[in-house]
Design a protein around this ligand. Structure first.
Ligand SMILES: [Fe+2]
Ligand SMILES: [Fe+2]
Length: 272
């Protein structure tokens, strides 16, 4: 595992940059806004346990996990600024709603009192399961990806490939911390519901802000969102049920061949 830096500047992004689906375009735009603060939360949750790890290989992997999540956040922040410019949507209220109650108040209150360290790591492991499932899908959906602008496609492929690469870190640390099945599932229900509450609120706002939104396509898009293979709603549900298995492990799902190929390709470019 290594930390790979994304130097794209993301300027003049169109408001619909994911042409395969206007609905999923806005869902992904909101997820992109949630990544930087969400990933910084993952880093804090992992760091609280990192010094208990004695295996040097796992220590190195945790370091790489932290570096990768840090870099994802920085690249998505640049992309998010471009989205707000393109849509004319001011999402500062959304960012307040996402970060202040959850991280500045709840997380701070609990962790300052030494509480919920392991629950926060459970939320991280569950969120990482969802993102890994989205990430696997990026490489299973070439038609949609091929239509994307090159730099945006790179952002999602780079982020996705690293999510797949580090998908086991938070989970293994959580298991080593002694989490029970019940606690794992409770933290997953909490995390999945919370993420989707914010996604629904933010996406609704972006759709209502878009004067050209193709409303006639919305009923079909909503059905597709949950039914169609490779759609984000369906992947969310499938990944949740997968996580319910008592013997679940993130590496049970195969790594898409294209994700490995992508990482090899960018290492070759670095050498060249
Ligand atoms: Fe990430
Ligand atoms: Fe991650």
């Amino acid at each position: 595992m290594e930390v790979r830096i994304n130097r794209e500047s993301y300027e003049e992004v169109p408001k619909i940059w994911f042409e395969a689906s206007p609905l999923q375009n806005y869902v992904l735009s909101i997820l992109s806004h949630m990544f930087p603060d969400g990933e910084r939360f993952f880093i804090r949750a992992v760091k609280r346990y990192a010094d208990r790890v004695t295996d040097p290989k796992f220590q190195e992997e945790i370091k790489a996990f932290i570096g990768q999540e840090m870099q994802h956040g920085l690249a998505h922040e640049r992309f998010n600024r471009a989205i707000q410019e393109a849509t004319g949507a001011d999402l500062s209220w959304f960012m307040w709603l996402f970060t202040v109650p959850l991280f500045d108040k709840l997380e701070k209150y609990l962790t300052e009192r030494g509480l919920a360290y392991r629950f926060a790591l459970g939320c991280t492991a569950a969120a990482e399961n969802m993102t890994a499932a989205f990430a696997e899908n990026v490489f299973k959906n070439p038609e949609a990806m091929e239509k994307m602008r090159k730099d945006i496609r790179y952002l999602f492929e780079w982020h996705a490939a690293e999510e797949i690469e580090h998908r086991h870190i938070a989970f293994d640390l959580y298991k080593a911390a002694g989490a029970s099945y019940g606690e794992r599932i409770a933290s997953a229900i909490f995390t999945y519901l919370l993420i989707w509450f914010y996604v629904v609120v933010g996406t609704s706002y972006l759709i209502l802000k878009d004067r050209d939104y193709p409303w006639h396509s919305l009923p079909k898009e909503l059905i597709d969102f949950f039914m169609k293979e490779n759609a984000l709603g369906r992947i969310t549900i499938e990944s949740f049920f997968d996580y319910l298995r008592a013997d679940f492990h993130p590496n049970d799902r195969p790594i898409p061949h294209k994700a490995e190929e992508f990482l090899e390709q960018i290492s070759r470019q670095k050498v060249a």
